[in-house]
Design a protein around this ligand. Structure first.
Ligand SMILES: Cc1cc2nc3c(=O)[nH]c(=O)nc-3n(C[C@H](O)[C@H](O)[C@H](O)COP(=O)(O)OP(=O)(O)OC[C@H]3O[C@@H](n4cnc5c(N)ncnc54)[C@H](O)[C@@H]3O)c2cc1C
Ligand SMILES: *[C@@H]1O[C@H](CO)[C@@H](O)[C@H](O)[C@H]1NC(C)=O
Ligand SMILES: *[C@@H]1O[C@H](CO)[C@@H](O)[C@H](O)[C@H]1NC(C)=O
Ligand SMILES: *[C@@H]1O[C@H](CO)[C@@H](O)[C@H](O)[C@H]1NC(C)=O
Ligand SMILES: *[C@@H]1O[C@H](CO)[C@@H](O)[C@H](O)[C@H]1NC(C)=O
Ligand SMILES: *[C@@H]1O[C@H](CO)[C@@H](O)[C@H](O)[C@H]1NC(C)=O
Ligand SMILES: *[C@@H]1O[C@H](CO)[C@@H](O)[C@H](O)[C@H]1NC(C)=O
Ligand SMILES: *[C@@H]1O[C@H](CO)[C@@H](O)[C@H](O)[C@H]1NC(C)=O
Ligand SMILES: *[C@@H]1O[C@H](CO)[C@@H](O)[C@H](O)[C@H]1NC(C)=O
Ligand SMILES: *[C@@H]1O[C@H](CO)[C@@H](O)[C@H](O)[C@H]1NC(C)=O
Length: 590
């Protein structure tokens, strides 16, 4: 039942990539009536203002700290530095802290003069611990009333607000220097409905077997809960299952290996509950506030309000087949063979999609440093015969390269998605706590079909390459205009991602150089399908036209909806809807 060593390697490749981005390089403009109030400004609320807020919420106020702070001051560490070093890359340890992001670079702040405020785990660098981009105060929300009190307080004091669930954002959208954080991590309620009908639905509307998740529930918790009811949920894949199941993931789209079968996260939502910037709690579904429902399904996290719960459809728990392969050129012509392998995989993609496969392929070095192509795919509700038949065109092509390629492959049945997920998780290595940046683009099916060789040629020079078969199938069957999600998802077959990274203390100009590379490589990747777009949740921070890339033709509608529900622009995030009305720091309106 266990995936091959190839499976282990490719998952390493995948998560190795997903550690990513940058820190914010921003210039803080003069405070004025057009600007948010941030910590240090004279407008910042007084201690007595904060104690009034503290009386209105269920938990003590948060004073988030950078996760390396126990190691400082260096002369007399305030906490257990050895334990902190040991846990530094543990995704669950990070998700449990209001001051930590999964991608450590977002905890750092770079001033206009290239001076950095950061709190590094590498104490050898001997740099004092700075607060960086970590919020200074916030609330530990446990229920909707907590969120309502926090939103009203933030509006009254014109604060720079960030909404944070489990801190996985790959563009640093859930942290900001001098901000007030609404932390939803502890909103862990999970409820089931055998016959859920959305609020306000006509009696004729059929009920669905549904699960309602509080905003802080993480995928591992959601998968365990739904499996205990013998049902399946469309959800994400990460080491430890720490990504939020009812936060940024779904608000940006939410891809899954099950998406080709059941659609994206947004295609499975029946209802949201939301607190908007005037402190009102609303229900959003097809019948109540349908425009807000449109926006929340893919229009981006941290933009329209604070979601307090998400209700998803569940699906029957059926067996699946896992396909794992690894093909590493072993001869002298390795790069030419790799190009052939990737071209062959591109040629096979439409067929794999039509057969119902979902999953991920990687180009990465193996344990011995040889760069190869690998993959991990699932066929939900499939038979071994169909799995074999549908993978054999690709597998036999690779087999024909036998003398030049070390090739391993396996087809393995699993009783349930949960069993598959558990086996995969057991092999995952986390790169949480590292610093990186990524670029990505959605590649349409017809581009892959007609230009497989050129696609492979363009992808191959990219580092940390990941190709996700998360679209096609059920994703392609949804009318793109029923929700805010980027319409590019509906014609896409592959979500292609590349990444780069750096160590703590790397000079700002060197990091800028890495971003220039991302920018250049994005130009090449984008040119494969200029009219397509990118996935808001896993994309570059250097898009020349981010709103077009992330929301396509839906961006104007989304902005109009945002103005209805957030007329005071409390909720703005980097490269999100409405961010174009603000300076780079998202503090002052232009
Ligand atoms: C290791 C790893 C694996 C990943 N795997 C997948 C995957 O399999 N599929 C996939 O699609 N994506 C994946 N992603 C990307 C993921 O979808 C995004 O990082 C997502 O933003 C994470 O959501 P979060 O709630 O954990 O993060 P956070 O950083 O807490 O929030 C992300 C964004 O959503 C906003 N937000 C969070 N909660 C709320 C709320 N309750 N109301 C309003 N806004 C809110 C925040 O303000 C922020 O803008 C992965 C990322 C990582 C780091
Ligand atoms: C995070 O918190 C959860 C819930 O309290 C706990 O079970 C888990 O062990 C914590 N993770 C770490 C690494 O401490
Ligand atoms: C850079 O800017 C920051 C913030 O304005 C300031 O505190 C710091 O002294 C400056 N550093 C240098 C070297 O100019
Ligand atoms: C910490 O920084 C020092 C100085 O740059 C470097 O030599 C060392 O390799 C770093 N340690 C780790 C664990 O990254
Ligand atoms: C959790 O769910 C239960 C049952 O649906 C509900 O009664 C309760 O109010 C919820 N708690 C919170 C904090 O939302
Ligand atoms: C599972 O496969 C069977 C047989 O092909 C089919 O009848 C059934 O509809 C499938 N169920 C789902 C949920 O895809
Ligand atoms: C597919 O079936 C063929 C013929 O039965 C067999 O030789 C081959 O090993 C199978 N492939 C896999 C990946 O199981
Ligand atoms: C792919 O080929 C089809 C059929 O020849 C053509 O209609 C379509 O425009 C092509 N698409 C691209 C992106 O080249
Ligand atoms: C960008 O492409 C160049 C080659 O064109 C390559 O050397 C570099 O590693 C790539 N960088 C990334 C981040 O993909
Ligand atoms: C708050 O905003 C909602 C949604 O825009 C609106 O329906 C409601 O009337 C507003 N409430 C108040 C008190 O302004």
């Amino acid at each position: 039942m266990h995936p091959t060593p190839a499976g282990r390697f490719l998952l390493l490749g995948f998560f190795g990539l997903l550690a990513l981005p940058y820190f914010s390089v921003v210039t803080i403009a003069d405070s004025g009536s057009n600007c948010r109030c941030i910590f240090g400004d004279s407008c910042w609320p007084s201690a007595s203002d904060f104690s009034k807020l503290a009386k209105q919420v269920s938990q003590p106020l948060l004073k988030p700290l950078p996760p390396a702070s126990p190691c400082y001051p260096l002369s007399r560490p305030s906490g257990d530095c050895e334990a902190t070093k040991r846990l530094w890359t543990d995704p669950s340890w990070r998700a449990n802290q209001s001051g930590a992001m999964q991608s450590a670079n977002f905890e750092t702040f770079v001033f206009g003069n290239d001076t950095t405020s950061a709190c590094f785990i590498n104490t050898t660098l001997a740099i004092p611990c700075g607060q960086g981009s970590v919020p200074v105060v916030g609330i530990d929300a446990r229920n909707d009333a907590d969120v309502q009190a926090a939103v009203k307080f933030a509006a009254a004091h014109n604060l720079r607000v960030v909404v944070k669930g489990n801190g996985h954002d790959l563009s640093g959208r859930s942290t900001a220097r001098g901000s007030f954080v609404i932390w939803t991590h502890h909103m862990k309620n999970i409820t089931f409905d055998a016959l859920f009908t959305p609020t306000g639905a006509p009696r004729s509307e059929a009920g669905a077997q549904a699960i309602t998740l509080g905003a802080g529930v993480q995928w591992q918790e959601a998968y365990d809960a739904v499996n205990a009811r013998s049902r399946v949920l469309v959800g994400g894949l990460s080491p430890g299952g720490t990504v939020g199941a009812a936060g940024g993931w779904v608000l940006g789209g939410g891809h899954s290996v099950l998406s080709p079968t059941f659609g994206l996260g947004v295609d499975n939502v029946l209802q949201f509950t939301v607190v908007t910037s005037n402190g009102t709690r609303l229900t959003a579904n097809m019948h109540r506030n349908p425009d807000l429902f449109f926006a929340l399904r893919g229009g981006g996290g941290g933009t329209y309000g604070v979601v307090t719960s998400v209700t998803y459809k569940t699906h029957p728990n059926l067996p699946l087949i896992s396909a794992v392969f690894s093909a590493t050129p072993s001869g002298s012509q390795t790069s030419g063979v790799l190009q052939t392998l990737l071209t062959d995989l591109m040629k096979a993609m439409p067929g794999l999609s039509d057969a119902g496969w979902g999953g991920t392929a990687f180009v990465a070095p193996d344990a011995t440093g040889n760069v190869g192509l690998s993959g991990s795919f699932v066929l939900f509700n499939g038979t071994m015969a169909r799995a074999n038949q549908s993978t054999s065109p690709f597998f036999s092509t690779v087999t024909s390269l036998a003398s030049e390629v070390t090739f391993t492959t396996s087809l393995t049945p699993f009783d349930s998605f949960h069993a598959w997920y558990t086996a995969m998780s057991a092999q995952e290595a986390s790169v949480a706590g590292t610093n990186g940046a990524l670029g990505s683009w959605l590649l349409p099916r017809d581009v892959i079909e007609n230009h497989s060789e050129h696609v492979a040629e363009t992808l191959l020079p990219l580092t940390g390459l990941v190709m996700g078969l998360y679209a096609g199938g059920a994703v392609a069957q949804v009318d793109p205009d029923t929700m805010g999600l980027n319409p590019a998802w509906r014609t896409a077959l592959l979500h292609t991602i590349f990444a780069t990274g750096w160590v703590e203390g790397t000079p700002v100009n060197v990091i800028d150089g890495l971003f220039d590379q991302v920018r250049q490589n994005m130009t090449a990747l984008r040119s494969l399908a200029p009219d397509s777009g990118a996935y808001f949740n896993e994309a570059s921070l250097v898009e020349p036209d981010p709103l077009k890339a992330f929301f396509g033709d839906h961006r104007a509608t989304l902005k109009a909806i945002k103005h209805i529900y957030d007329p005071i622009d409390m909720f703005v995030v980097p490269e999100g809807i409405g961010s174009d009305d603000f300076d780079d720091a998202l503090i002052c309106k232009l």
